[in-house]
Design a protein around this ligand. Structure first.
Ligand code: SAH
Length: 394
């Protein structure tokens, strides 16, 4: 991604389209689990906002909606909550306008195909329900997307850890993060600073744009991946990137890709600490923080998901009596899950930089490395730290 400018990143980045084996739609369970952790906070905030403002129109935006079942989830949770408070209060529900935002290459077609007749929230199975108009809003959330003062409720889930662009120092053509593809515990301190500065600049711009677009008193709920502490160089924060870098170097050693290509590949991802997020919101000034928390999403919840085919679940159940074997199987499952989740998220960038032919081989090696890592640790890293922050437009 060296030499990339913001506009290029936006032309490249997208989660895998469609509904196939390596689509985001089929591999977004982790994001769905994260959304389930935040559901009650999101719903309560939407309910309280509506109860305090009782208007005849509610404008909702989901920023970074992607495709698949999660694309409409954030908006529909808010809508359900508002409809239920209306029924408690005996107040007619508002007309809903929902804007689904993502980068232009996102598979908006499959969202709208799957929505069918959503324009009326059906009540009793007909189209007499409450009007709910859904619009696609393609573009970067690091810029203006909506008219001034138009939004009541904004939500964004597992999207803001994507930077607006690659930090400048990694764009300049000199190799500053050799052997690594993102922040890693062995990265040079200048690389940490560059990623952090890029996050701060992008997040501040994000807040500024939403500050203009939201109505006074409007609520915004943001969830994204985070670091537990201020130290950006812990193993748990960087092992997944480090192992993907090792897998890429394996492909160099068998002559499938050039080392120089790996030197210039960096992923625009940054998981901030809670302090960094809080500080940026305070510095930017458009919003008051209502609530900010770090929570740990558990991989275990995924074992119950359909991603694990029945036979694998049986295999796990049958082996519960054998501790070692069980943990090994579990490690394999986590490895497959992590590798597959990263595949559907990173493919557009990897394809653009190295070409698509390496995908199968790269992710097979990556999966093996993850399995080895999980096994050698004795325990599987089951928790993924995330931040949820709710703010009110001042
Ligand atoms: N909210 C969904 C999707 C999360 S994946 C869920 O919970 O499952 C992150 C999404 O953010 C991707 O679809 C990606 O394309 C989008 N994204 C990343 N950077 C963006 C930007 N600058 N503007 C808009 N969307 C962006």
């Amino acid at each position: 991604m060296a030499g990339s400018e913001q506009v290029q990143l936006q032309r490249v980045l997208h989660m895998n389209s469609g509904e196939g084996e390596t689509s985001y739609a089929k591999n977004s369970t982790m994001q769905k689990v994260i959304a389930s952790y935040t559901k009650s906070i999101r719903k309560d905030l939407a309910r309280d906002y509506y109860r305090d403002h009782l208007s005849d129109k509610m404008v909702i935006a989901d920023l970074g909606c992607s495709t698949g079942p999660n694309a409409i989830l954030m908006a529909s949770d808010a809508i359900q909550s508002i409809i239920s408070v209306c029924s408690d209060l005996g107040h007619p529900p508002p007309e809903f306008q929902v804007f689904l935002n993502d980068l232009p290459l996102n598979d908006f077609n499959s969202i709208f195909r799957s929505l069918g007749d959503y324009n009326y929230l059906s009540q009793g199975g007909d189209t007499e329900g409450q009007l709910c108009l859904i619009f696609g809003a393609p573009g970067s959330f690091y810029g203006r997307l909506f008219p001034s003062g138009s939004l009541n409720y904004v939500v964004s889930s597992t999207s803001l850890h994507w930077l607006s662009e690659m930090p400048e120092v990694l764009q300049e053509g000199s190799v500053v993060n050799k052997g690594r593809i993102c922040l890693s515990k062995t990265s040079n301190p200048s690389v940490f600073d560059a990623y952090k500065n890029q996050f701060q600049a992008g997040f501040s711009l994000f807040l500024k744009c939403r500050g203009v677009e939201m109505m006074k008193g409007g609520i915004m709920v943001l969830t994204f991946m985070a670091r537990r502490g201020s130290d950006p160089s812990t193993e748990e924060d960087s092992y997944a990137w480090e192992l993907l870098a090792v897998a890429l170097m394996d492909l160099v050693s068998v002559g499938l890709i050039e080392e120089q290509k790996v030197d210039f590949f960096n992923v625009p991802f940054y998981a901030p600490s809670m302090d960094e997020v809080e500080q940026e919101i305070i510095n930017e000034g458009s919003f008051a923080i209502k609530n900010i928390e770090l929570f740990e999403a558990s991989y275990n919840a995924l074992l119950a998901d359909q991603y694990f085919e029945e036979e694998k679940q049986e295999e796990i159940t049958q082996n519960t009596s054998n501790g070692i074997q069980f943990s090994h199987l579990k490690a394999r499952h986590y490895a497959e899950l992590t590798a597959r989740s990263n595949w559907v998220v990173l493919e557009s960038m990897i394809r653009n930089h190295f070409g698509g032919e390496i995908m199968e081989e790269l992710f097979k090696r990556y999966c093996d490395l993850l399995e080895e890592y999980y096994c050698s640790r004795g325990i599987v890293l089951e928790l993924i730290p995330n931040i949820i922050v709710a703010v009110e437009r001042k």
